[in-house]
Design a protein around this ligand. Structure first.
Ligand code: SAM
Length: 327
């Protein structure tokens, strides 16, 4: 359809569109067009367009779909979803703010938009966030049929690990005994309990354990999960030789806890050991550390060497599935 449009460079597109929308001048029945580095914003009253903006006549399609962030920005932004929070990973604060505004105005359902403001840090692996839209950093996230309440400002949680967690949970047998040594809000512990395991879950972050207990109730597995707030080393005496499965999701530092893992392991135990290593030697350091801690008391069989995801240039997040069999 032929219509008057304000033509602006794409980088000024969102600000101009908001300015025109505030003056009620955007023709919402027509689509915004992006072409050759310019945005064409259809307007209802070309004569009312503020001075300095150029109006041209051109063909624009009628709007069929609701407005997406890309419609508003002129490019496809990348973001992750965690419940009703949208997470950005932008280095430039101005670009992050533009994207956040576009998401808020678009058809994306989001209560809060945040940008990563630090790496994960410290013992609890929590990061800082810039809250760009909304206020609450607490949400309920759904993953493979389970619900997880959490506050990203208080606990660690990565939606990117969903497939990996599912890979591990699928190995769990009804009735087995599992220890999730670094459990967070329970994204391994809770589905393992749903699969029929009896689970002990520990975390040094009290808030993570508060959420884990709430999540155990939410997912109807409170009777199969025992949660401890504290250092996992503190439970070793109570659960010596108890575990048939151990999850060690504390990359960078897990090696320091292998003696505790061996103390927890029963006659036969599968260990899921997460690590971050250089691409040329992804598995060897973890294998060596596990053998060092477990042999000769246990036979060590590496069942799976699995790359979970790229972590940084030339560095990979990996998982070793290891069977420990007592000699
Ligand atoms: C990378 S996060 C993983 C959390 C969870 N497994 C997940 O997938 O979301 C590691 C967790 O280990 C906890 N942690 C760190 N040191 C610990 C320790 N000594 N004992 C128990 N938990 C610890 C942190 O608080 C954090 O929640």
């Amino acid at each position: 359809m032929h219509a008057p449009c304000v033509r602006v460079p794409t980088e000024e597109g969102e600000a101009t569109r908001r300015r025109l929308a505030d003056a009620d001048l955007v023709d919402e029945s027509l689509d915004i067009v992006v072409e050759d580095g310019a945005l064409y914003i259809p307007v209802t009253g070309p004569d009312a367009v503020p001075d300095g903006l150029r109006v041209v006549e051109r063909d624009v399609p009628e709007r069929e779909t609701p407005t997406s962030p890309a419609d508003l920005l002129g490019f496809e932004p990348s973001y992750e979803r965690l419940g009703d929070i949208v997470i950005l990973d932008e280095d430039d604060p101005a670009r992050a703010a533009r994207i956040a505004d576009a998401i808020a105005e678009s058809n994306v359902r989001a209560e809060t938009v945040v940008n990563r403001a630090s790496k994960v840090k410290g013992e609890t692996r929590v990061r800082d966030w810039d809250v760009l839209v909304g206020e609450s950093t607490e949400t309920v996230h759904r993953e493979y049929g389970c619900e997880f309440a959490l506050d990203i400002a208080e606990v660690y949680f990565s939606p990117r690990l969903a497939t990996e967690r599912h890979r591990v949970v699928q190995q769990v047998a009804d009735g087995e005994r599992a220890v999730d040594m670094f459990a967070g809000v329970g994204p391994y512990a809770i589905p393992m309990a749903r699969a029929g395991a009896e689970v002990v879950a520990t975390d040094i972050n009290d808030r993570a354990i508060d959420y884990l207990r709430e999540n155990a109730e939410r997912n109807d597995v409170a009777d199969r999960i025992t949660a401890y707030a504290g250092d996992v080393r503190e439970i070793a005496d109570d659960y010596t030789g108890w575990a048939e499965r151990l999850v060690m999701n504390l990359p960078h530092t897990a090696q320091e806890f292998l003696d505790t893992a061996v103390a927890l392991a029963g006659e036969e135990c599968v260990l899921h050991y997460y690590d971050i290593q250089h691409e040329d030697e992804r598995y060897a350091p973890g294998e060596a550390a596990i053998r060092d801690a477990a042999e000769p008391a246990y036979d060590v069989t590496i069942e799976t060497r699995h790359t979970v995801r790229s972590y940084a240039p030339h560095e990979y997040n990996v998982c070793l599935d290891v069977r420990l069999t007592r000699n």
